[in-house]
Design a protein around this ligand. Structure first.
Ligand code: SER
Length: 324
């Protein structure tokens, strides 16, 4: 790699996090230094914003070829099938999350990449894990296909660090709340949909029960965590692919109450579906002291700040006629 040249490839670039991560990376590294890829063609905004290539991470030769063609040095591997969709399509979740991750790590090893980001999730935990202040080192016996693929991804990432000296990093994202690109197929998606329905209709039917408490994070903190972890001094990292990460935890009814402070007539009813059992197997709160100690992690947004910012953004989008 020529000095100073950083060609970054992002998989899953049309997803909820990928879309905003590509923009943040381009702001830092320059438009043409970041190649956005996804299995689907992007919308016009992403397509004209910089280099884009269609890439299916389940095709190993294509992953390796993309790394060569674009002279890639760093990969952010954001492509994944999330928890709810993974229960509906377990075979697809295995293909994308296990084989896709293996393909990315193999390409990174073969081509001698500088660094790879492979995110994990609170879905690695399960009913046998302590649910309050879930420790960094704890029982990982998830009951979803998504969760077990993410455990494998963490172990695989750490294996490549140990066995091949590849610099693989990752954190266990909580539910991510954002307004640019909607999440797809997750159990925490309600915490995004509720804002859009609150602004659009003044009411929302929640697929989780009111008392369901889950760890969550606003997108600016998610981007900050991702970029800070990737910029951290390798010598300070004792963990690599599995950092616990926390910002806030709330129940569905606490989120509804916070939105009601801004939209007093807002009505929520609750019709829990199959996603309730998934949520019930996940932690309520997370101990992220390893991330704080090893790379200085600290979130900026709590529930009140996130709610105010989300509602402002969704209202602005609605008045501009641009609701997703
Ligand atoms: N947001 C994810 C999901 O709900 C958790 O990582 O599946």
């Amino acid at each position: 790699m020529a000095p100073g040249k950083h060609r970054i490839l992002v998989t899953g670039a049309c997803g909820q996090i990928g879309t905003e991560l590509v923009r943040a990376l381009r702001q830092r590294a320059g438009r043409d230094s970041v190649v956005a890829t996804d299995v689907v063609e992007p919308g016009p905004a992403l397509k004209t914003a910089g280099p884009f290539a269609v890439l299916d991470v389940t095709r190993r030769a294509d992953v390796a070829a993309a790394v060569d063609r674009h002279e890639i040095d760093i990969v952010y591997h954001m492509a994944a099938i999330l928890s709810a969709k993974g229960e509906q399509h377990p075979g697809l979740a295995w293909e994308v999350n296990i084989n896709g991750t293996f393909n990315v790590l193999e390409a990174a090893r073969e081509k001698g990449l500088t660094r790879v980001f492979c995110p994990s999730s609170i879905a690695v935990f399960g009913p046998e894990t302590p649910r309050e202040d879930t420790p960094q080192e704890t029982v990982l016996r998830p009951k979803t296909m998504y969760g077990l693929t993410k455990v494998a991804g963490e172990l695989l990432g750490d294996y490549y660090v140990r066995r091949h000296g590849l610099d693989v990093r990752g954190c266990r994202y909580p539910g991510i709340i954002s307004h640019e690109t909607l999440p797809g197929g997750g159990t925490t998606d309600y915490a995004v949909a509720i804002f859009f329905d609150a602004v659009r209709n003044g009411r929302y039917t929640c697929f989780l029960a009111p008392e369901t408490r889950l760890p969550m994070m606003y997108m600016p903190d998610c981007l900050k965590a991702t970029l800070d972890l990737m910029a951290a001094d390798l010598g300070r990292l004792k963990h690599h692919s599995d950092f616990n990460l926390a910002a806030m935890s709330f129940s569905a009814e606490e989120l509804a109450a916070d939105i009601k402070k801004h939209i007093p007539g807002f009505i929520v009813d609750y019709k829990p579906d199959f996603r309730q059992a998934i949520a019930d197997s996940w932690p309520k709160t997370i101990d992220d002291s390893a991330a704080r100690e090893e790379w200085g992690w600290k979130p900026d947004f709590d529930l009140a700040a996130m709610t105010a910012d989300m509602l402002g953004a969704v209202k602005r989008k609605m008045s501009a006629g641009g609701l997703p």
